[in-house]
Design a protein around this ligand. Structure first.
Ligand code: CP
Ligand code: NVA
Length: 310
């Protein structure tokens, strides 16, 4: 069975830790391993815009000795003229892995079904698991062991980042709090899945409506845009509803004095986060953005090793 990375809980706690350990090694010695030497090609497909994901996969694949093939969906046959499954059958004969940023999670599942090369979710409407590997690496660098740390995500609890925090945080044994208003709560099945993982890892999952209550005493405060890609038509409603969840210095002051702030970027400064917080001393967003490179390289190395072993 080919291993894929479509959602955060595709990795067991031990596998997640192994990839984070490998990311730390590759961060110290960027060109230590070349599993894609040849060079082999990795297809990186975008249905949505990207800066960080595009750059970090392109650079990371090159660091690993490979050649990135960046495909913009609008100029390919995927979507309009060809199914994800048919595209996968074509790509798997020529590339070592497929990385895809898309809308529905179902498309990724279709792409992965029966495919002989690893498929990686580079962001869907539901999850952003590559970002979470980078975020966990960043938290570990700044705060040490992940297990037992408490993290609060504020804002759109139904967005990909919040849902990935639930699954990946629970996998890491963290206490994950999501604070969001009615109508913006995470999917009930994702909450249930995360709670089941947390019950095994010693972590926990708690939903809040009051942002101040959620942030009280936490180690890490996180937010994300209130208007995720694909939700642009809801912008006015979202800005009106989510205002109380803006991370400003008043809210951040309720967390531990040494708490850190994370944001996957791009940020709408002045909306989900104020400039003094995102540019302030507790913000570790630039390390977080850099760690996309190291975390994704480790993920690719790990996936290629799993599939070589079969
Ligand atoms: N954080 C993130 O995925 O950024 P991009 O949309 O720029 O890739
Ligand atoms: N939730 C955001 C993340 C961007 C990296 C979005 O989906 O647009």
């Amino acid at each position: 069975m080919t291993r894929h990375f479509l959602r955060d809980d595709d990795l067991s706690p031990a596998e997640q830790a192994e990839i984070l350990d490998l990311a730390r090694v590759l961060k110290r010695d960027r060109f230590a391993v070349k599993p894609l030497a040849g060079p082999q090609t990795v297809a990186v497909i975008f249905d949505k815009s990207s800066t960080r994901t595009r750059v970090s996969f392109a650079v990371g694949i090159a660091d690993l000795g490979g050649s990135p093939l960046i495909i913009t969906t609008a100029s390919s046959q995927l979507g309009g003229k060809e199914t994800a499954s048919d595209t996968a059958r074509v790509l798997e004969r020529q590339v070592a892995a497929i990385v895809w940023r898309t809308y529905g999670q179902a498309g990724l599942e279709e792409m992965a079904l029966g495919t002989t090369v690893p498929v990686v979710n580079a962001l869907s409407d539901d999850f952003h698991p590559c970002q979470l590997l980078a975020d966990l690496l960043t938290i570990r660098e700044h705060r040490g062991d992940l297990a037992g740390q408490t993290l609060a995500f504020l804002g759109d609890g139904a967005c990909n980042m919040a849902q990935s925090y639930l699954l990946a945080g629970a996998t890491a044994g963290m206490h994950v709090r999501i604070a969001s208003p009615a109508g913006y709560t995470p999917d009930a099945q994702v909450v249930q899945d995360a709670a089941a993982i947390a019950a095994r890892t010693g972590g926990s999952v708690t939903l809040f409506t009051d942002p101040a209550e959620a942030v009280a005493g936490v180690d890490v405060v996180v937010t994300d845009t209130w208007v995720s890609m694909g939700k642009e038509e809801e912008k006015a409603d979202r800005l009106a509803t989510l205002g109380a969840y803006r991370v400003g210095s008043d809210l951040l002051a309720l967390a531990r004095p040494d708490a850190h702030f994370l944001h996957c970027l791009p940020a709408d400064r002045g909306f989900e986060v104020t400039a003094d917080v995102i540019d302030g001393p507790q913000s570790i967003i630039w390390d977080e953005a850099e760690n996309r490179l190291h975390a994704q390289k480790a993920l690719l190395v790990w996936l290629l090793r799993q599939n070589d072993a079969h």
